[in-house]
Design a protein around this ligand. Structure first.
Ligand code: PEP
Length: 262
C-alpha cells in the first residue's frame, strides 16, 4: 500500500502572529519550487491561525511548490455556548483549518482529557469535515510494565468509539511515546516500527484489513533532521508529528526533505 507521507508541525504555545509571519517568510522561500510528494501541515496557536491563513492564501507559489495545510492544536467537543476559553470546529473552519490535533499527551496529562472526551472531539471534528490527527502513546512506566499494547488498544478503541469506517479514512493517527516527546530521546526505528505495526493491527481488528492498510500513522517524539530518514524508511511509518524541531524553518524543511526521500 502506497500511503502519502504527512509531516505536521505542532508549534504548541510558541509563535504569535509576528513570529508566524517571520517563519513563513523563511520557510516559503526555502520550499519554493520544490515538491516533496508529501503532505505538509502547520499547527500554530489559535491566535496565529489568521496570520497563517492570510499569508498562505496570498502566496504566489510556483507551479511545483508544495501546498501547506493548516491545523489547529485542539477544538471543543461542543458547538457553542457557555464554554469560556474554548474554540468550536465551525470557528476553525473560518480560518481555513483542515486538520486538528486531538488527544495530544500534553492535553491528556496537563488538562485531564480522557479517551471519552477525545472521542467526542474526534466525532465533532468529523461533523465539520476536519481531519483529526489523533495522538496516542504510552508513558515510560507503562512501557516498562509491559503495558504498551494494552494502553494503545484502549486509547484507540476509546478515541474511535462510534467513528465510522468512512470517517476513519479522514483520520491520521500519531503514535507518540510520551517518553520521547520533547525529551530529545527518540524511539529506535525498531521500537517505532513495532508500535506502528501493532496500531495497524488494532485498526484491522476494529475496521478490517483494507482500512488498516490505508490509514496513515505518523511517528512523533523528538524527530529531527538526523533521524527522519531512518524513521520514515520503516514500512508502517507514514510521516511525522514534530514539535521542537519544527519551530525552525530550516530544520522543519530538512525533516520533510530527508523523510520524503525514503
Ligand atoms: C509533539 O509535541 O507532538 C512532539 C512530537 O514534540 P517533539 O518533536 O518536540 O518531541
Amino acid at each position: 500500500m502506497n500511503r502519502k507521507l504527512i509531516f505536521a508541525a505542532n508549534w504548541k504555545m510558541n509563535k504569535g502572529p509576528s513570529e508566524t509571519e517571520d517563519f513563513l517568510k523563511s520557510f516559503l522561500s526555502k520550499i519554493q519550487g520544490q515538491n516533496f510528494g508529501s503532505d505538509i501541515v502547520i499547527a500554530p496557536p489559535f491566535v496565529s491561525l489568521s496570520k497563517l491563513a492570510d499569508v498562505l492564501h496570498t502566496r504566489t507559489a510556483g507551479a511545483n511548490s508544495p501546498t501547506i495545510e493548516i491545523a489547529a492544536q485542539n477544538c471543543s467537543e461542543h458547538d457553542s455556548g457557555a464554554f469560556t476559553g474554548e474554540i468550536s470546529v465551525m470557528m476553525l473552519r473560518e480560518f481555513f483549518v483542515h486538520y486538528v490535533i486531538l488527544g495530544h499527551s500534553e492535553r491528556r496529562s496537563l488538562y485531564g482529557e480522557v479517551d471519552a472526551v477525545i472521542n467526542q472531539k474526534i466525532l465533532k471534528a468529523r461533523d465539520a469535515n476536519l481531519k483529526p490527527i489523533f495522538c496516542i502513546g504510552e508513558t515510560l512506566a507503562e512501557r516498562e510494565a509491559g503495558k504498551l499494547e494494552a494502553v494503545l488498544r484502549t486509547q484507540i478503541s476509546g478515541g474511535l468509539h462510534q467513528v465510522s469506517e468512512k470517517d476513519l479514512s479522514e483520520i491520521i493517527i500519531a503514535y507518540e511515546p510520551v517518553w520521547a516527546i520533547g525529551t530529545g530521546v527518540t524511539a529506535t526505528s525498531e521500537q517505532a516500527q513495532d508500535a506502528h505495526a501493532f496500531v495497524r493491527s488494532v485498526i484491522a481488528d476494529l475496521y478490517g484489513a483494507d482500512a488498516a492498510a490505508k490509514i496513515r500513522i505518523q511517528y512523533g517524539g523528538s524527530v529531527k533532521p538526523g533521524n527522519a530518514a531512518e524513521l520514515m524508511a520503516c514500512p508502517d511509518i507514514d510521516g511525522a508529528l514534530i514539535g521542537g524541531a519544527a519551530l525552525d524553518a530550516q530544520s522543519f524543511l530538512e525533516i520533510i526533505k530527508n523523510g520524503s526521500a525514503q
